[in-house]
Design a protein around this ligand. Structure first.
Ligand SMILES: [Zn+2]
Length: 456
């Protein structure tokens, strides 16, 4: 008896464990999972009925079938469906719309997605998901047209364009040039008009500019701004590095920038300063000067820049400097991205235009360097100063002193490195110092644009 009892309890425990095991299996097995498929659609509430709609369905046990249809103006149109022979855990659909849907001219469409998984849950019927979303339909591309533009853009130089852009669901608006740089326009004068300065970067061999607009539904406009382009040759200078220079200025800068520990070789220190330090300093300049206001601008009055009285040109903008040392050619290279002017020691640097100081601090090879924002993405930069007369946030007026010239940073003698930037691109300062160029390209273009806009 005692023996049988023991047997019975063993069998009982075995059955109990089997039931527990089965229940646990049902609970934890993916074949009995209870989560309905997850459905997601990439959208922002708008659709042009052209861009394929991207639908993702996923499920842990596998997708046994799905159906996608749309409803518009009371009609129902099937878009996709499948009963999978081999269930997958993820299905990505790129749904195209039959042309007849566009012919309904719907203001909105309802998209319904149904999906079922392969789970044995629900008495082997599986879990079902149904997702519905309403999309506003917009099939019209943004309307964009050039109103006025400066005639020429020279290599390394600047240009201006005024244009009209209209779309009820405008998403992005910019001017793209060869090489991919995008210029952001600012609202101008009256509703629906925009203005932007553009620049042909010095190192870009050719130039063209395109107005690009997109709306929230994915419609795209692209058109060229018919600038005439004019190539321009820039100087190439072959410079021989002397031991006196390496042991003097470079040794001093290496200590200042704390790169002395990276290399004890003067030539390597020169390379680090001329390449890595320069790159870091120019990145700061590009970041500071890429900012454009999104506020409407009614006018852009700028007078020729003349920052240093009796300043004589001592180095040109765009100079491509190739360095050699002893019998080694091209040990390093750089582009000179400003105009160097020299007058007296610690000469006064004056402002001829209104602006806001966005930086007035030390910036590596540029030394003490105030930067002034003049609006419309135009900035001026004053490098190698001995002292700055302005602080970040200051408003400057014509006749205000900005700084005194000096030789801070990577400079061999007292001078001003005068830089002009358009949305983060260094441009030829001489254009912005030239009365005739300013009138022809900036002032006249703006007044022509206003006349055209007023006539409409
Ligand atoms: Zn310079």
């Amino acid at each position: 008896m005692r023996h049988n009892n023991k047997m019975g309890s063993v069998i009982g425990t075995g059955i109990f464990l089997a039931i527990v095991g089965l229940v646990l299996f049902v609970i934890f097995s993916s074949s009995f999972e209870r989560d309905a498929p997850t459905v997601s659609v990439a959208h922002n509430g708008y659709w042009n009925l052209k861009t394929p709609l991207s639908v993702r369905i996923s499920d842990a046990s596998g997708i046994s079938g799905y159906r996608v249809y749309l409803e518009a103006n009371g009609e129902r149109v099937d878009l996709a469906q499948a009963q999978n022979a081999q269930p997958e855990h993820e299905v990505i659909l790129k749904i195209e719309v039959p042309k007849k849907v566009a012919a309904f001219k719907p203001e909105s469409v309802k998209i319904v997605i149904e999906a079922q998984d392969t789970s044995s849950w629900n008495f082997f019927r599986g879990n079902k998901a149904q997702e519905a979303l309403l999309l506003s339909v917009d099939t019209k591309a943004p309307q964009v047209s050039t109103v006025a533009h400066s005639m020429y853009v020279h290599k390394g130089g600047s240009g201006l364009v005024v244009f009209a852009a209209e779309d009820p669901n405008l998403a992005s608006l910019y001017i793209e040039i060869e090489g991919g740089k995008r210029f952001v326009p600012q609202p101008f004068y009256k509703e629906g008009y925009y203005i932007s300065l553009v620049a042909w970067p010095l190192t870009q061999p050719t130039f063209s500019a395109r107005l690009i607009a997109t709306d929230k539904a994915g419609n795209l406009h692209k058109s060229s701004v018919p600038f005439r382009v004019s190539d321009r040759a820039y100087q190439i200078s072959n410079l021989k590095l002397s031991d006196a220079f390496l042991e003097g200025k470079i040794a001093e800068l290496a200590e200042l920038f704390e790169i002395a520990h990276e290399s004890d070789k003067r030539l390597d220190q020169f390379r680090l300063i001329n390449e890595q330090v320069r790159e870091k300093n120019e990145k700061l300049i590009h970041d500071l000067t890429s900012v454009v206001s999104s506020e409407r601008i009614d006018n852009f009055e700028i007078t020729p820049f003349y920052p240093l009285k009796n300043g004589q040109k001592v180095a040109s903008f765009g100079d491509h400097r190739l360095y050699s040392y002893e019998n080694q050619d091209k040990v390093s290279e750089s582009y000179h991205l400003g105009l160097d002017l020299a007058s007296v020691q610690m000469g006064a640097i004056m402002s001829q235009n209104y602006g806001t100081v966005v930086f007035s601090d030390f910036n590596g090879i540029y030394g003490t360097m105030p930067v002034v924002d003049h609006g419309l993405g135009l900035y001026t930069l004053y490098g190698h100063c001995s002292s700055a007369a302005v602080q970040k946030g200051d408003k400057v007026h014509p006749g205000d002193k900005i700084a005194n010239t000096g030789m801070s940073g990577y400079a061999m003698g007292d001078h001003l490195h005068f830089g002009v930037l358009v949305q983060g691109i260094e441009v030829r300062p001489e254009e912005w110092m030239d009365t005739k160029w300013l009138k022809l390209n900036i002032t006249d273009t703006i007044s022509d644009a206003k006349k055209i806009i007023d006539r409409k």
